[in-house]
Design a protein around this ligand. Structure first.
Ligand SMILES: [Zn+2]
Length: 266
């Protein structure tokens, strides 16, 4: 058994309501030693904290997913609400997000404006509270690069491009230019994703962390099923294979990276 750390999961979602405790136990049996529960809006951020409080070795990230930014029209100062949570649970919350750009589901000038505004607020909070930024980017490679270059001086020190799906050029930008990490999950194992495998192979291991994005994006052998942290072994094995190093060594380094990047007291 190899140690696993899931840096991005949504175990608070309803889809786990019926068997959450069993799922957590399965993870433990498969080597999962820690997880970060990710929020996508105010209520799921609160739920993420609750799950992180209920189970052992869990932490939380609070934020507004780019696909949920329309709520910002009602609460333009989302920062204040997130800050309240940060003040209340300073030890449990290790990151801010997920935040970022997503023009896959909807792409209008209004959405672009709201997403950029939201991302800026998340950056500000992460900097102020010295937390790690959890970044989502989909159909928005150019916009993400532009944003992070333009706002260089406002960026928090630590960040992760979660569910990394871009190519080596973007990987180099994220790791070498920003010093941020890449979150690697089930999509690494999908047949068509040669570009992700290429980027992972050529990116120094220190810049990689593992994640599930559960309940989504189960690795190839579980594809289409509800994802969970115990399936991460398949991803770690493939990373070790791409890096041509023993799987135990690879797994240990990936756990260490997660602890460093999220400053996990474990
Ligand atoms: Zn997610």
């Amino acid at each position: 058994m190899i140690p696993l750390f899931d840096t991005h999961t949504h175990d608070s979602f309803d889809v786990f309501d019926a068997d959450r405790t069993e799922m957590m136990a399965r993870g433990k049996e498969k080597g999962v030693i820690g997880k970060i529960q990710i929020g996508c809006d105010i209520s799921s951020s609160k739920n993420a904290i609750n799950v992180a409080m209920e189970y052992e070795n869990m932490w939380a990230s609070v934020g507004i997913h780019p696909c949920s930014v329309l709520s910002l029209k009602e609460f333009p100062k989302i920062e204040d609400e997130l800050e309240e949570l940060l003040k209340k649970y300073p030890q449990k919350i290790v990151a801010i997000g997920e935040t970022g750009f997503d023009f896959f589901h909807e792409d209008t000038p209004e959405i672009r404006f709201l997403q950029e505004n939201s991302l800026l607020q998340h950056c500000h909070l992460a900097t102020k509270y010295k937390k790690t930024l959890v970044i989502h980017t989909r159909n928005a490679t150019e916009e993400s690069i532009l944003f992070f270059r333009l706002h260089r001086e406002k960026l928090p020190k630590r960040g992760v491009f979660h569910c990394f799906g871009e190519d080596l050029v973007f990987a180099n930008f994220a790791t070498q230019e920003l010093g941020y990490a890449l979150g690697i999950g089930g999509t690494l194992t999908y047949k068509k994703n040669e570009h992700i495998r290429d980027a992972v192979q050529k990116t120094p291991l220190e810049f990689l962390v593992t994640e599930t994005d559960a309940p989504y994006l189960a690795p190839q052998s579980y594809r289409g099923k509800r994802n969970e942290s115990s399936y991460m072994t398949e991803v770690v094995e493939l990373i070790a294979d791409l890096k041509n190093i023993p799987v135990e060594k690879c797994a240990e380094q990936l756990v260490q990276n997660a602890k460093n990047i999220f400053q996990i007291p474990l």
